[in-house]
Design a protein around this ligand. Structure first.
Ligand code: SF4
Ligand code: SF4
Ligand code: SF4
Length: 257
């Protein structure tokens, strides 16, 4: 059963309780940041910041002269067509039975390819431990019948978690309400992007306003790497097994002498 998270930006107040809950549940320490002329903080994802509220470009309202500030909670999108899975040479990143994308730190060799190729630039690389880290959708919670910590904490209902079909239905309902209220630009993001994201967004304006790519694509170099590297990896493993088999045979011969 594929799980998904709904981020309804029309309900988000940018309180950032989700950011704090993520840090608390996953025992991620705070990091030193600096003021960059924006309320968005920290500026980037890192090995200890797996989710954050992205402050989009203000939308002016010509009717009342006020501005509407678009906020969106972002992090790993748990893409169906995931560049990180394609490039990992150690098979350390994989899709779980719940449809989420998971990094197995024990298998991670610290090559950093996933971070360099992630379509949404959300992977943090821990240089001390030499491993890549990102949102797990709180895998330890959702496999124990709990919802992710960020969703549990959100005070406005902007975040929801459940079966993907249910999240899509909720997104469509919210879109209908926004359109009925006169928002012609409202849209849903994540239904088809990269064959469907694990995070479905209800946006009040185009994706670009929220810093999201309109038509995300996996780089050509990633496809080439995937196509060329995978057969080579099979050959390397086969060669290693063959070498071990030969070695064992030689050792047995020597023992027999
Ligand atoms: S957002 Fe990046 S890390 Fe997450 S699944 Fe997609 S490519 Fe992988
Ligand atoms: S799902 Fe869990 S790991 Fe992912 S952003 Fe929410 S709290 Fe953090
Ligand atoms: S907790 Fe909910 S309302 Fe607050 S910033 Fe996160 S998504 Fe928005």
């Amino acid at each position: 059963m594929q799980k998904a998270m709904l981020v309804d930006t029309s309900k988000c107040t940018a309180c950032r309780a989700c950011q704090v809950a993520c840090k608390q549940w996953n025992q991620l320490p705070a990091e030193q940041t600096e003021f960059k002329d924006t309320y968005e903080n920290p500026a980037n994802f890192s090995p200890v910041t797996w989710t954050k509220i992205v402050f989009g470009k203000e939308i002016p309202d010509p009717e009342n002269g006020r501005v509407h500030w678009p906020f969106s909670k972002q992090g790993c999108m748990h893409c169906t067509d995931a560049a990180c899975i394609k490039v990992c040479p150690a098979n350390a990143i994989y899709r779980t039975e719940l449809g989420t994308v998971y990094i197995d730190e024990d298998r991670c060799i610290g090559c950093n390819y996933c971070a360099a190729n992630c379509t949404y630039n959300v992977i943090g690389f821990d240089r001390v431990a030499n491993v890549a880290r990102k949102c797990t959708f709180c895998f330890d919670r959702i496999t124990n019948g709990e919802i992710p910590a960020c969703v549990k904490t959100c005070p406005t209902g902007a975040l929801q978690f459940g079966d993907r079909d249910e999240m899509v239905a909720l997104a469509k309902k919210s879109l209908k309400n926004l359109q009925a209220a006169g928002n012609e630009k409202a849209n849903i993001y994540g239904l088809t992007e990269l064959d469907g994201l694990g995070v479905i967004y209800v946006l009040e304006d185009g994706p670009k306003t929220y810093g999201l790519p309109e038509d995300p694509k996996i780089r050509l170099s990633t496809h080439i790497w995937d196509i060329i590297f995978k057969p080579v990896r099979v050959l390397v493993v086969a060669a290693a097994v063959f070498a071990l088999w030969i070695n064992r045979g030689e050792s047995k011969k020597k023992e027999g002498l």
